[in-house]
Design a protein around this ligand. Sequence first.
Ligand SMILES: Cc1ncc(COP(=O)(O)O)c(C=O)c1O
Length: 426
Amino acid sequence: MTETLIEKRSRLLGPNFSTFYKNPVHIVRGEGVWLWDSDGEKYLDCYNNVPHVGHCHSHVVEAITKQAKLLNTHTRYLHEGILNYVERLVSKHHEGIESAIMVCSGSEANDIALRMAEANTGRKGIIVTDSTYHGNTSAVSQLSYGRNAIGGTGDHIRFVRTPKTLINDKEKRASEKEYFAKNVTLAINSLEESGHGVAALLICPFFANEGFPTLEYGFLDEAVGQVRKAGGIVIADEVQPGFGRLGTNWWGYQKIGLAPEIVTMGKPMANGHPVASVVTSAEIIKSFRQSYGYFNTFGGNPVSCAAAEATLDVIEQDKLIDNALSVGTYSLNGLKALQNEFPQITQVRGSGLFFGAEMCGEDNLPLTEYAGKLAEKMREKRVLLSVLGPHRNTLKIRPPMVFSKDNADQLLDNLRSAMKEVECEL
Ligand SMILES: Cc1ncc(COP(=O)(O)O)c(C=O)c1O
């Protein structure tokens, strides 16, 4: 059955279209933190952040159904849905964030954010980290270091080194902050010398795709100060840490002490319905709208806004940000206990319901293959997770926000068994 589906997928959707796991999972149903495959086997979902308030949450499903039965058009007609939602969304951000553009994917949101920065500054230069991912449009895909664009990466892009994961060494962490700021300054100088100037620093404030290094409050202050001094704008990509995932705040930028001029959001925003957004100041949106006649056919339609509002309802009513903190802390402690049993776990880190364990061998060499095998073994045990980071040797655990302590126990018990079963040469 799976074999046939894989072949059909390749024929119809093209080759080189990756799946998770050597033995891909054929999922047919979801509820809360649970997924079921076509054979009726049940999996604990420790990976998917898009179903933020749980797979197929009834409140969101009902909101979508109710609105779909009534009306679904686009934003060139007047409708309260988008206005009610945007008012509620911007109120979750810091002062000065007043307006939004609603779109359908994080990639689109980042694409617009870059154009906003260009329109507002009159410059083109962009600074990003060297192991990030911000999406897949023509402009944004060039920001993925090492994935060569045909014709080469644009001359207006500068990559700075991703901060290292320094948990226990305060002194080194301080020098890492200086080092990051120094590299941003070098990037600014280089952009100015080449005539592009600085339009924006685009950054995930949790450095999620970069392996979520532990960074203290204020880590970005100096770098951001340099960008603003050069006339650039700071864009926070909240596609991964946003909507309370880190357990401490609504947004990752608040946790690190940043007040960005533009924020982009996506994935968890409407619990799986394709909704994303860019929020910014009235002034920046004005300069964008004056430069571009932007319209998005599906972005901000009544059904999408109903789904997004319902998602906010559940986050608030069920206190899911608090849940992320308590269950996340419990899980991290569980991982720390495992660290005593397995020396290959060299670091345990994360925040709220976004955490993981880094696997290294002798001389701190990344155990990339081993981490991959562990993820495969966990799949066999019907617990879904993945790996990430520059060396893909960190387990990536990022479940729906309704993840409970019982779920965490199931994850940890299975991980302990998997680590006993998968051979690790140290
Ligand atoms: C940080 C970040 N930004 C943007 C995107 C792109 O979002 P989308 O796939 O909705 O276009 C992703 C997707 O993984 C992401 O991780």
